[in-house]
Structures are given as C-alpha cells and as structure tokens.
Design a protein around this ligand. Structure first.
Ligand SMILES: [Zn+2]
Length: 415
C-alpha cells in the first residue's frame, strides 16, 4: 500500500497495512531505504545486520490515536576506524532515535505544552487523540532547543524563585527585547559575574540595590553602566512614603488627643527617629499591622462578614478571626520606639531643602541652627543617611561616596 497524501511519510518509508482496535488505529510501516549513515562516523552503510520493530505513536486521524508498527533495520558500520560495529537505522526527518513519538506528534505536544500546562495539556491531549501524561508533556518542552542568546546590550538581573519560593536564583532579561535570556540556579555574585564576563558587549546592567548584584555586575561587566531598576526605586520610595504617612497620621492623632486633654504634645513622632534602620523597618511593619487591625474592627462594626472582610483587605480568614477575637485590646505593641527627636521640628524644613537638592549635612546644620535647632550635626548626618537609604537617592554625593570604595566602583545613572 503506497503512502497517501492523507498520511505523508518520508522517502523510503511505506505503509504495508492498517488495522484498528476499539482504542486506536494501527499502521504498519516498513523502511526500504538502501543505506543509512553511522551516527558515530557518518559513513553510509548498506550492510544489513537485522530487522527490528518500533512502536511509536503518530499524529491522530479524525480524533483517533495512531500507533505505528515501524519495521526498521540495523546496519553494520564498515569503517575500520569506527568504534561502533552495528547501528540502528536513523530516520532523522521522521523520528528521533529511541523516541516513542514521531517528530510531528512531538511538535504538536510541545505546542499544547506551551499553550497550557502539565495537567491541562494532559486533559486536552486526551480529547484531541494525543494521549500523553503530564510528565511526558513537560519533558517534551525540555527537548525544545533554546534560542540563541545573541548580543545583549542592556541586561536586567533580579531574583526568581523556584521550588515554590524555597530557593532563589537569578533571572537575566534582555531589556531591549523583553525576553528572558538565562536563569542562573543561585543568586550569587560569582554566577552573575561569570555570565556577564562571557558577554563583553553588555553596556548597561539594571539591577536591584542589593550588594550581591552590584558586586556581580562590577566584577563581571566593569565596562557597563549600572542603574537601579525602576521597580526597586519605586518600591523603596513607596515603602518610605508609607512609613512617613503612617507616622504622620499617628502624630496627628497623638496631637489631637493631647490638645483635647489640654496638654502640649510631648511625643511628636517623626518619620525619622534616632533608632537603627532595622528597628525603624520593624516599626513600620507593626504600624501597618496596626492599621489593618483598626480597619478590621471598623468593617466588623459595620456588620461585614469575616469572609468579606478578608476579601476586602486581602487577609486570610484565620487572620481576620484572630484580630476579631483580640478585640477590644489591640494585638500589637504600641510603637514605643517612636521617640521624639530634637530634629523633628525641623524635619519639614530639611525635607524641603532635600527636595531642592541640598545634600550637605554641615550646610543644613548651619541653616537649622539659625532657626533654633539645639541638637548636634551628627543627628543631621544620620537623618540625611536615613533619607538617602529610604529614597534610593542618586545624588552626586551618593555617587562620589560609592566611587570611593574600591570594591564597589559603581557608576550610577538615573533611570
Ligand atoms: Zn561508524
């Protein structure tokens, strides 16, 4: 039976018979190719050693799966210098050696895999007459050759998580094409360095503000300009603004309460206090929780169900229940470390000068001293350092200070 246009086969393969079972069609195909090339030395051979049968699956016909009974041969390799004596017939345009799917079925399965996922692809493949397990489907995706990385001039590097957030690697993205170019299994500076060293064409490295990627980029691509990426700048800025606003609100409430009681506010809270940065961060976290707690109380008082409250605030129902159970006593410690600083009264002035671009601590110290500031210049320096870290400052001062450190010779650029 010759090959039909409805069931094309490559040159030298022929359908010999067809039969069917309730589940599938069986198509017997025999190879009549005279020669085959040895996979080791590429010498063609026509010396047949034996016949054997493969049972790969092919594309379905009218929704029914097709199994091939493919008769192929083994050949002797006659090349005296070749280490291989016998090899199986290769059909590179039809099926890979030892594959259980023809190339055209494999391609279809890969398309399903890319469009869906493991389990979804398994269900869809079943309906389309291409039964395949989710594991095989995902394995098929690994067989797709990766595209060439090519020339990358602007690269972005950041963390990516695998094993469901238990481990972190590095993701490298070509920022001109917006395509992922590589995934590194760890987030170490050394791996990033090695990757960048192999790509001397990189002109710009966009990264977060963590030391690891700064080191990796500085060592691996000393020729490149480094920029802090927009997401991290906005994220840092958002955190700083949130922290400031929460504190400002508490300060207002505090002042309101004090003036009601006829007292002078004795605890004016500032976005800055003379506490270490880590402590300020944990305070901000506590304050966020405290605000959430208040919101839960309000919504519950308005008669909303726990489930609705959870949906509204993006909280797990167990968290909502915990907060409600703890009412009326707030579950969180009062933000005790928020102590008044002698700088607080001059904060607005300093912020205004900061936004005008003034970064010189001594100058700002002189200016606020004229306005009555009784504290030290050290406090002003600490406050400026706080502003610098919480606003991702890229002022000339920050640039100069980072260049002074030999291990972090970084050129910043605005973005
Ligand atoms: Zn050979």
């Amino acid at each position: 039976m010759p090959t039909t246009p409805l069931f094309p086969l490559p040159e030298g393969l022929e359908i010999t018979s067809m039969s069917e079972t309730p589940e599938e069609l069986l198509v017997r195909v025999t190879s009549h190719r005279q020669t085959s090339c040895c996979p080791t030395c590429s010498t063609p051979s026509s010396a047949i050693h034996s016949y054997y049968r493969r049972k790969p699956r092919d594309l379905p016909c009218v929704g029914r799966p097709i199994h091939l009974l493919l008769t192929v041969r083994k050949f002797f390799c006659r090349n005296p210098h070749c280490s291989r004596k016998v090899f199986t017939e290769r059909l590179p345009d039809f099926i890979e050696a030892s594959s259980r799917l023809t190339t055209r079925l494999r391609t279809a399965v890969q398309e399903i895999g890319f469009a869906t996922c493991g389990k979804g692809g398994e269900r869809l493949g079943d309906k389309l007459g291409m039964p395949i397990s989710d594991a095989s489907l995902l394995w098929s995706l690994f067989l797709v050759p990766l595209p060439e990385v090519g020339q990358v001039h602007v690269i972005g590097v950041d963390d990516w998580s695998w094993r469901r957030g238990k481990r972190f690697g590095s993701i490298l993205v070509n920022l001109e094409t917006h395509k992922i170019v590589d995934l590194l299994v760890d987030g170490e500076a050394e791996s990033v360095k090695q990757w960048l060293a192999a790509h001397p064409e990189v002109d710009v490295v966009s990264r977060d503000r963590g030391g690891c990627y700064i080191d990796g980029a500085t060592w691996g691509a000393p020729q490149a300009t480094q920029v802090a990426d927009r997401w991290h700048i906005l994220s840092n800025l958002g955190d700083a603004v949130e922290e400031f606003l929460i504190r400002a609100q508490i300060r207002l409430e505090d002042e309101k309460a004090s003036s009601k009681a006829g007292q002078k506010p004795d605890n004016p809270l500032s976005s800055f206090s003379a506490t270490p940065a880590s402590q300020r961060k944990s305070q901000a976290r506590l304050l966020r929780k405290w605000k959430l707690y208040q919101r839960v109380e309000e919504l519950q008082a308005a008669g909303m169900s726990l489930r609705k409250i959870g949906e509204e605030l993006g909280l797990a129902r167990t968290t909502v229940r915990k907060y409600v159970r703890q009412a009326p006593d707030p579950p969180l410690p009062t933000p005790r470390p928020l102590r008044a600083s002698r700088l607080d009264r001059y904060e607005d002035y300093l912020l205004a000068r900061w936004s005008q671009g003034e970064r010189n601590a001594a100058q700002l110290y002189r200016e606020i001293r004229e306005r009555g500031y009784p504290g030290s210049v050290t406090m002003v320096r600490a406050y400026l350092a706080h502003l610098r870290t919480s606003t991702a400052d890229v002022s000339p001062l920050a640039r100069a200070s980072s260049v002074r450190q030999p291990s972090h010779r970084v050129r910043y650029a605005g973005c």
